[in-house]
Design a protein. Structure first.
Length: 94
């Protein structure tokens, strides 16, 4: 089972890098993360697959855009201001 994580960001995202790092630390080699850039104004981690919609259609539209770009068997949505505690991804996907 592979996992795809979708994170939607907008505007100033002061903990986005920490959010993405906390996700990446818990993923395996077949898992992926898709960041939907709905107008993020802060830098993000390099190596994260980013989707930039033509227009910001809001959170739901951003989630849908992220889903289209995923490859995993299981989808997990993580808010851009959330920092996953160790073991959280396993708990979410079991």
């Amino acid at each position: 089972m592979s996992v795809s994580v979708v994170v939607v960001g907008f505007g100033d995202e002061p903990v986005l890098e920490e959010c993405l790092s906390s996700i990446l630390e818990q993923l395996g080699p077949d898992d992926d993360v898709v960041l939907v850039d709905n107008g993020i104004t802060t830098p993000t981690l390099h190596g994260i697959r980013t989707v930039t919609p033509e227009r910001n259609g809001g959170f739901g539209s951003g989630c849908a855009a992220g889903v289209v770009a995923t490859t995993g068997d299981t989808l997990v949505f993580v808010n851009s201001d959330a920092i996953l505690m160790p073991g959280a991804m396993k708990a979410l996907t079991s």
